[in-house]
Design a protein around this ligand. Sequence first.
Ligand code: F6R
Length: 591
Amino acid sequence: MCGIFAVVNDKTNNAAQTVLTGLKKLEYRGYDSWGIAIKPTDATSLQVDKHIGKIGEAETVLPEGKIAIGHTRWATHGGVTNNNAHPHLDCTGKLAVIHNGIVENYLEFKEELLKKGHKFSSETDTEVIAHLVEEKIKKQNLARAIFETFNSLVGSNAIGVIDFVSETIVACRNGSPLVVGVDEKNQQYFLGSDVPAFLQYTNKVHFLDDGEGVVLSKNNVKLFDLKTGQEKELKLQQLDWKLEDAEKAGYPHFLLKEINEQKQTILKTSLINKKEIEKIAGMIKKDYKIILTGCGTASYCALAGKYFLADAKIESQAYGAYEFSPFTKFCDDKTIVLGISQSGETADTLIALRLAKKQGAHIVAVVNARGSTMERLADTVIPVGAGPEIAVVTTKAFTSQLTVLYLLSQAVKNNYEEGQKQVKKLSEILYQWFNTNLEEKIVNLAKSLLNQEHIYLIGKHLNYPATLEFALKLKEASYLHAEPFAAGELKHGVITLIQKGTPCFVLASNDDIKGEILSSAAELKARGGRIIGIAPFDSTEFDEIIKTPDLADLTIFANIIVGQLLGYYLGVGRGADPDKPRNLAKSVTVK
Ligand code: F6R
């Protein structure tokens, strides 16, 4: 939530433009407002440019300069106004702060600062940071003043501060992501909430750990321990991400690009992590209890994992991480808790994992983003390797996580290689399937649903989590009310919602329960529902069908992809921005 970007020693001498370009890559982290602060080449104070709304094709009129910071906001404290947009200045106009997180104790500070005569121009928690540093800098050097201020903040936070006088940027991390990028060739340095923001300049990075601070100046980057103030060695790693990974590559939206990438990403995921997956499978076979958890889509992935494991004769639990805490007391050193996350920064998931870890559980992170908090917290990391996911609506990270869980269940059955073969087949068939008139069919279906108010969906067993995910894609990307149910739930109340013409999706696979799901479809049809089958077989119960490839348990991948594409085209048709749905942010780093 919220995106941070900064550059020092910008080689184009147009740091504001560099920051604007970087913020456009980070906009998926929040798009309520954006802003930039620069030290112009010849000026007596910082200059700030702030706007509400999405960056889109925005331009900035800020003058030339070599050092600037910028921010894209997902509002927490204070409404979506120009004044509340970051960066926030101190009273002197020589310091400006950008921030990702929540300062839980900001009101106490604000009261004290007001008494000391500080003038506030926003309602944000962030602004107190600027004034606190302004106070502390009277008695000590900049870095120390910022570190001390940061250490006094309660909550999960990351900040960046630009100082006019020393021409440096100081940043600190505790719980919210921050990464430094070093372009050694051009001696320019970057700071970002995520790597794609500066990937066009460098892939040499240092992911800040909690309790670390950095000082970026025109000559170097220095890393510090925030508590002791001692300098530490900056260890750079070179990522294998390429610039194309963070670009649209000719697609109109990242969402469509990422949906299409799944043909490759699923296969890629199946070729890595064998050692880790077999290690966890070995623990499961030694009677470790297994719990799967995550939020949103990741929680549906956890639920699908529960069905995969049941097929391998393993009982497991799946929880939405936000509901896990009452049950963490049942974890012990014979429990594996598998956290699933694209970002590795989701606050609720991290909280659940920390609680389980305290109980002695072995934490496994099935995570896509690199250098995340979840990765550091975990005892075993399974990086799913789907590459940067920019669209807020998750797609390829999810199917890669699902691939890991499928392979885990296969490993438990001593069937890992066969599982890999099945994933390879899935990937090949997806290539062929995408090359048919699939998208055309989905566009036509989307057109016929554009003006609907309610859509209902049913699925059973593995197709139940698939239905939950399918419905979420429709809701997120198009704002249509799509309500998913377990097919068995219908007769217990839900069926009252069905009227003549109500669109009802029925997700199914060619398995031994397809008769049961078709009976549920018949019940909906009998009440006048318009039955749209998402399945690898025809049935007279379906009024329409989007046929998916018959891939046994892996059919759900294709069924879900129909939901992703339909969500996308409905979103476009209904005037939503599929890459940046309203009110959402890509990483939910607050509770
Ligand atoms: C749905 C979506 C969210 C995330 C959820 C967890 O498209 O993106 O539901 O799945 O916020 O995020 P991560 O996976 O980053 O933990």
